[in-house]
Design a protein around this ligand. Structure first.
Ligand code: PPE
Length: 304
């Protein structure tokens, strides 16, 4: 990871090396935080952040679900994100806002702990590798189930919930795969460690419903919208492990992962083992949209 100049902490631009917190921060001990991941792309009109306000609105929803107060309005965090991005001299990159409990209370009850907001930005290349974006990745269904609605809030982006993702990711990598795919506790397909899943069979696109226990991904929504614009039928539904094996095409979506083709699942090739036409079309439409070449959804771009 390449450091940038500043990190925004509670309203101040702080030098990267000085952006530290106390070891007794509640969020560090108990995972009591909410965060976002956002990308900005280079366009003909300068850098543009993709669906920035909607990401910050999701941050506000996740924080509300956790019960942590944010001192800043959505508009203020949107503005600070863009100012930080500029101050760091980036033309494209990743934006990571985080809301977390600091010091003032130990024990599970966070009452009395300070609440903080920070934003960092840095350059982040292909999340699952350039090779993965081009030729597809190898995925394994995880032995870890995705945390469900009965144990946490899979639809809120809470820091503590990511221990579940870290376990799944490490297991997949140790097994020689590129990424994990988690089922929910009912055995239906949920999502990757940091991505939503799509599959295509007989020309119909399907993705696990929100009730399946997945993050309400903004890339998921973007790809659903773009594929429907293009005339594809897209269904949000429950999906089984067998559906994975019968798929003609499969891909992951996420801010970090963008649209990444899946070429193999559980050691079985997906289709003919190469990214298929719908996957390639989704990738192309996504990149055209985020870089402003497709003007149909120009309202999704927030110029820095
Ligand atoms: N599911 C999970 C569990 C998830 O973490 C992400 C984003 C998504 C789906 C896709 O959501 P969206 O980015 O709104 O399309 N994962 C973020 C964190 C990645 C990380 O390693 O950190 C991201 O892609 O920014």
């Amino acid at each position: 990871m390449q450091p940038t100049k500043y990190i925004w902490m509670d309203g101040e631009f702080v030098d990267w090396d000085d952006a530290t917190i106390h070891v007794l921060s509640h969020g560090l001990h108990y995972g009591t935080g909410a965060f976002e991941g956002i990308r900005a792309y280079e366009t003909d009109r300068g850098p543009a952040v993709f669906r920035l306000t909607e990401h910050i609105e999701r941050l506000a929803r996740s924080s509300k679900a956790l019960g942590i107060p944010i001192e800043w309005s959505v508009d203020e965090i949107v503005k600070a994100s863009k100012e930080l991005f500029s101050a760091n001299g980036l033309t494209s990159g990743y934006i990571r806002p985080l809301v977390y409990y600091g010091t003032g209370s130990m024990g599970l009850n966070p009452a009395g702990a300070s609440a903080h907001t920070m934003i960092a930005t840095w350059e982040w290349g292909a999340y699952l590798g350039e090779e993965g974006v081009t030729n597809g990745i190898r995925v394994k269904v995880s032995s870890w189930r995705r945390i469900g609605h009965d144990s946490l809030m899979p639809n809120a982006k809470l820091t503590g919930g990511y221990v579940n993702s870290v376990q799944a990711k490490q297991e997949a990598l140790r097994g020689g795969y590129d990424e994990a795919l988690m089922l929910n506790t009912d055995g239906f397909v949920a999502e990757g460690s940091g991505e939503n899943l799509f599959l295509i069979r007989n020309g119909v696109v399907r993705t696990p419903s929100l009730a399946s226990g997945v993050l309400e991904g903004l890339t998921r929504d973007t790809v659903i919208t773009l594929l429907r614009d293009d005339g594809y039928e897209v269904i949000e539904t429950e999906m089984t492990r067998t559906d994975l094996y019968y798929a003609d095409e499969m891909f992951f979506t996420g801010t970090a992962a963008e649209v990444t083709p899946i070429r193999e699942v559980d050691d079985r090739p997906v289709g003919d083992g190469r990214p298929g036409p719908v996957t390639k079309r989704a990738q192309e439409m996504f990149m055209d949209t985020v870089t402003g070449r497709n003007e149909r959804h120009s309202d999704w771009l927030d110029y820095v």
